[in-house]
Design a protein around this ligand. Structure first.
Ligand SMILES: [Zn+2]
Length: 411
């Protein structure tokens, strides 16, 4: 399948034909099989943007004519023009199958009712919604930012499952304020953090539910990873259509997939027709497990540690803001679990102490020091922890920010 895909890229993707030739591969035969994948160059998101800008509307990587495209999503990109993500009918089918697999791992089955608050607009999260029907669930799509409608649906339709971002799920729990609902499980995705122990415990206790995490990536597939009831990392659902590698984010060297391995996920489509990617750098930094899960599945499992893009280097030590949030989360209920890292200057490299704002009991004289100590012991980084009252940091209904550069110097 991989060799056919490579042949397709040479035939139909000017972007990959040129990129591979520049790296010394002038034919599918020169590229060889999957075992030689790690000799090929990576694809970066910025290259896809440049490719689209150079040959609009879909870019030289698209490998299809726009008339062959069944659906076009776009990313929530930060830099002006959206990056378009075209899918053919076969691609849409693949995504639906992957989503069905992921949500089935979360424990959903025919007859279950699910209320979702994922955006069904241009964003790829909407693509996975068809997966609920494929399973046989009763799906109640509410969309983003409609808390009153969501609370009404909980009252009237009594769904057993909620799908939401971790920060929005927490917002819903705060709105319910301990009131019992029909919910038995919450599926969280769209931003990292759903697998962090402190967050999970807080949400599970507040709503009386079990929390399962999912993760997708727009340029590759929506709902690509999903946790099973063991809550032991998210299982890979792309087997057969997507190849996954782990690499060291700094050197780009492959990292062997084994229990406890850490690195950045890199994806290769094995049969995607529109906008296929080869060795795509996801910027998702994960811990991986390959041993058999308690549920009996043997598929690769991961837990997202953070975005490589968010990574800071404080006096030579790699620090993910999400790792700081996880440590702070263990101090609940003395803290709410919401944190914001506020670097003193722009860019990746920072001098200690790293400023961290934490929502918690401001009157607790020991708390800031204990948190600082715990972060130093675990992450080997010195921080300046400042406590602010609960609910004073901004909440978002989609992706909540963990870093705020608004008070940083330099550019
Ligand atoms: Zn499992």
């Amino acid at each position: 399948m991989y060799r056919e895909q490579i042949a397709r890229l040479f035939e139909r993707s000017p972007f990959y034909r040129r990129k591979l030739a520049a790296a010394g591969f002038d034919s599918p035969a020169a590229v060889g099989g999957l075992e030689r994948l790690d000799s090929l160059p990576f694809t970066e998101k910025d290259e896809l943007r440049a490719s689209q800008a150079e040959s609009p509307p879909l870019g030289g990587h698209a490998a299809v004519d726009i008339a062959e495209v069944a659906r076009i999503y776009s990313t929530s990109g930060t830099s002006g023009t959206p990056l378009y993500i075209p899918l053919t009918r076969n691609d849409v089918e693949d995504w639906r199958a992957i989503g069905r697999d992921t949500y089935s791992k979360n424990g959903l089955k025919a007859g279950d009712s699910v209320v979702t608050t994922f955006g069904a607009g241009p964003f790829v999260a909407g693509a996975s919604l068809a997966a609920f029907e494929a399973i046989g669930c009763t799906h109640i799509p509410i969309g983003v930012g409609n808390t009153e409608k969501l609370l009404a649906a909980l009252r009237h339709l009594k769904p057993k499952c909620l799908g939401a971002t971790p920060s929005y799920a927490l917002h819903v729990a705060e709105r319910l304020g301990g009131m019992k609902s029909s919910l038995e499980r919450v599926i969280v995705g769209g931003e990292p953090g759903g697998g962090e122990d402190g967050f999970r415990k807080k949400l599970q206790d507040a709503l009386g539910v079990r929390v399962y995490e999912i993760m997708g990536i727009g340029d590759v597939a929506a709902s690509l990873w999903g946790e099973c009831p063991e809550q032991a990392g998210m299982h890979f659902s792309g087997g057969g259509s997507i190849h996954v590698e782990l690499v060291d984010p700094d050197s780009g060297k492959p990292v062997e997939l084994k229990d406890g391995a850490k690195g950045e996920l890199v994806y290769t489509h094995l049969r995607r027709e529109a906008a296929p990617v080869l060795r795509f750098r996801s910027r998702d930094h994960v811990e991986a497990w390959t041993s058999k899960c308690g549920c009996g599945r043997t598929s690769l499992r991961v837990r997202c540690i953070g975005r490589t893009d968010d990574m800071l280097i404080v006096r030579g030590v790699n620090v993910f803001p999400s790792a700081i949030r996880e440590i702070v989360g263990k101090f609940q209920p003395r803290v709410t679990g919401v944190v914001l890292v506020k670097p003193r200057r722009r860019g990746v490299r920072q001098d200690p102490p790293l400023p961290v704002v934490v929502e918690g009991e401001v009157a607790d004289r020991e708390l800031a020091g204990e948190i600082r100590e715990q972060i130093r012991n675990t992450l080997l980084v010195t921080t300046d922890v400042r406590l602010v009252p609960p609910r004073s940091l901004p909440r978002s209904e989609y992706k909540s920010k963990l870093i705020d550069y608004s008070e940083a110097e330099g550019g």
